[in-house]
Design a protein around this ligand. Structure first.
Ligand SMILES: [Zn+2]
Length: 307
């Protein structure tokens, strides 16, 4: 989303994930958000993730310092849901006659890459409850997608509240939970994936995903997950194609020249051997990447591709 928004003229106001919140606060950029969703649908995505990575009250307070943070967080989350649905309605039906799904996302309260800053279970439960409430009560989504988590504690807090609100929803909402990984079959704080899955077992969730890191880290995590077993739940993955390069002048996120769509797809297709049935792209992914992945997946009749 962010990669294309910048190409469509949305200024990059922040270097962290709060950047994606800015175009939501400015209605003149809403058509661009809709356009990004539509481009990915046309490329073959079957699920769109709303542009609400950072619409939680903490991020809203940081960006716009509003007097009524809760109301603004809810309004902006709603706007992201509406824009995704507008694009889905404009796109129409998938080949099988179904409607593309809309994933309502939420992520770490603090920095996704700083597990040392993650809240513990009870605080995570309380903080995530606010946005989960907005997503579930205001409708327009099919999936509650907790993504890019880096500790068990915060993921469990998020799952607890997602379970409670989803139970009260008239519509059956899927619950997906995703983790950013490091090498060796571990999530970012160093916890082995098998321990993560054991900790999550008692909660209702439909899929576990690994995202926002190098494809090889994702592959290690998937191998661990397959070995541990998922009790019938689905497995998903979406890696980055942009990486942070640090220099004396600061850091910049860039896509390496060698990481073209073919390379992205070559890596992604390897995930199928671990039973992955949800695939997509994270930071830096473009419609051209998804389009090629769609073609490859169509050959093997794999399921759900999302962006
Ligand atoms: Zn990412």
């Amino acid at each position: 989303m962010g990669t294309l928004l910048q190409e469509y003229g949305v200024p990059r106001t922040h270097d962290d994930g709060v950047f994606s919140l800015y175009p939501l606060t400015n209605e003149k950029f809403h058509p661009e958000i809709e356009r990004v969703h539509l481009e990915f649908l046309k490329a073959g995505a079957e699920i769109v993730t709303i542009n609400a990575f950072r619409t939680n009250p903490e991020a809203v307070e940081k960006l716009i310092g509003s007097k009524d943070v809760m109301a603004d967080s809810r309004r902006l989350t709603r706007a992201a849901v509406d824009l995704a649905n507008n694009a889905v309605n404009q796109y129409g039906q998938l080949k099988d006659g179904s409607r593309p799904l809309v994933a309502g996302n939420l992520t770490t309260i603090n920095d996704c890459f700083k597990p040392e800053c993650a809240p513990l279970v009870d605080e995570a439960y309380e903080r995530h409850s606010r946005k989960v409430q907005f997503l579930v009560e205001d409708g327009g989504i099919d999936i509650i997608l907790g993504e890019t988590f880096n500790t068990i504690g915060e993921a469990v807090g998020c799952l607890r509240t997602a379970n409670e609100f989803a139970d009260k929803s008239a519509k059956r909402l899927e619950i997906w939970i995703g983790f950013v990984c490091k090498d060796g079959g571990k999530i970012l704080d160093g916890t082995p994936v098998r321990n993560v899955l054991r900790a999550l077992k008692r909660y209702r969730y439909d899929a576990v995903l690994f995202n926002c890191c190098h494809a090889t880290f994702v592959e290690c995590a998937l191998e661990s997950a397959q070995t541990e077993g998922l009790g019938g739940r689905r497995l998903g993955a979406y890696c980055n194609v942009e990486y942070e390069f640090k220099s004396d002048q600061g850091s910049v996120w860039e896509r390496p020249s060698w990481l073209d769509s073919e390379t992205f797809c070559f890596d992604a297709m390897k995930w199928l051997q671990y039973g992955v049935s949800i695939m997509g792209g994270c930071c830096g992914t473009r419609p051209s990447d998804i389009s090629l992945l769609r073609q490859r997946l169509d050959h093997v009749n794999a399921q759900h591709l999302f962006c």
